[in-house]
Design a protein around this ligand. Sequence first.
Ligand SMILES: Cc1cc2nc3c(=O)[nH]c(=O)nc-3n(C[C@H](O)[C@H](O)[C@H](O)COP(=O)(O)O)c2cc1C
Length: 350
Amino acid sequence: MADTKTKSRAGAKQKSEPFSEQDFGGFSRSQVAMVLTNPNLDDNPIVYANEAFVRTTGYAHSAIVGRNCRFLQGEDTDKAAVDVLRHAIELDQNVTVDILNYKANGAPFMNRLVVSPIVDSQGKTEYFIGIQKELRNGERDPSAEKVHDHLMEVQNRVQSDLSMIITMIRNQSAATSVPDDFAALKRRVETLELLYEEMKLADRHANRDTVQMGSFVSRLASAIAHTEGRPGIRMNMQIEPLEVSIEVATRVGLVVSELLTNTFQHAFERMETGLVEIRMSQLSAGGLRLIVSDDGIGIPRSMEWPSSATVGGRIVCGLIEGLEGTLHLGRGAAGSFVTIDVPAGASVTE
Ligand SMILES: Cc1cc2nc3c(=O)[nH]c(=O)nc-3n(C[C@H](O)[C@H](O)[C@H](O)COP(=O)(O)O)c2cc1C
């Protein structure tokens, strides 16, 4: 029933065609430079850097990941600022400094840097997040509070959203440590970045508390298809324009990210062609229904799904539980379909 209703809705977005570079730009380009470092590895190396960091510094990804951030410092960098950073990082504390850094071409720039620990539920620091903003002349003035406010807002949100993901992985896992899966970490952070962009758009329309979920999910699905898709695999989207709270958007967005990635990676093994469909519609009583389906090889009946043995499976279960939602796996004549219902006014629980 949901199908016919969705198709006839004005404003629903539809797309069904193979992907090409021209269609989708992948994960879009955030304005704020950001890195994640892992203090549990030797010398706290960078494990993730976003596009804005690459643009700001002029270094390629391959020259960034694996190094400690001090490679940005140089001859005229103030030693006192470095000491402030080292001290705060040793104590797992938040810190903001203006520090002279150098780009790949040698050009110096003043970097307003915010560093914060991302802790799990036991209070152990799993990552540090660093947010960098190149200060132009006028912005060096300490009264340029807008820059600072914006950085702190991004930092707060990333810090709490990533803590939520890490806690979810840990809570439901008997294992004491989950190995770093850089590709998955990158995708989860980029999912959040897309959401923050959508929030910035909402901000512009003076609506701070809700997110255009239809627009966010369309962009997210396109970005994942761009990264994970291959020729012959089509994606069909039927997504209604829906407005939801930021908390619901964060969780549903992360669920979409896990499910779609899983589908692209596993549903079409040894198949030349395939179809992925994603639908999102408003339920009659409010709330939303999300359906991700494929016509691939299907999930064997003997296989537990979502599997608590995988990080993605644990994240999906944790997120849906937090939304007080339901998840149902159906097996079609070909492939499988997953239906997720999120009740109206879902009160997000930790
Ligand atoms: C997440 C994170 C981001 C950082 N970003 C920068 C940066 O952009 N520029 C910089 O000069 N230092 C940055 N640092 C600080 C250096 O990595 C290092 O901690 C600092 O130089 C003090 O340590 P050291 O005395 O061992 O070099 C960052 C640190 C962390 C944890």
